[in-house]
Design a protein around this ligand. Sequence first.
Ligand SMILES: [Zn+2]
Length: 135
Amino acid sequence: MGDTVTSAQRSENMKRIRSANTRPELTIRRMIYRLGYRYRIHVKKLPGTPDIVFSSKRKIIFVHGCFWHFHQNCRAGRIPNSKVTYWHPKLMRTRARDEAHLEKLASLGWKVLVIWECELKDTSEVELKIQKFLE
Ligand SMILES: [Zn+2]
């Protein structure tokens, strides 16, 4: 009984975190659209299924949730102490996968910008960064 509640709660938490995670991506996509750039999303044939792809520019933007992509030195990317043994190995694998994808994309000639969820506290800063990257 106790276990059932716990795992139900955990999956509820995960759902909440995951859906919260799509919001930063939508914010960024709207921002880029407003800036006048057009893009493709979730391109499966590229390593890591990049979130936002500018094919003719050969540029890519990933929007990373701080928890799921284990943002270092970031409060939002911190694992609660009680959950470290469960999450740490999983998140380390995600991180290693992310790094491998970035290397592969670079070797294929793609320029990549990673925007972290926590950067969206200052949207005008992020907008500037994106504009510079896409120029
Ligand atoms: Zn962060």
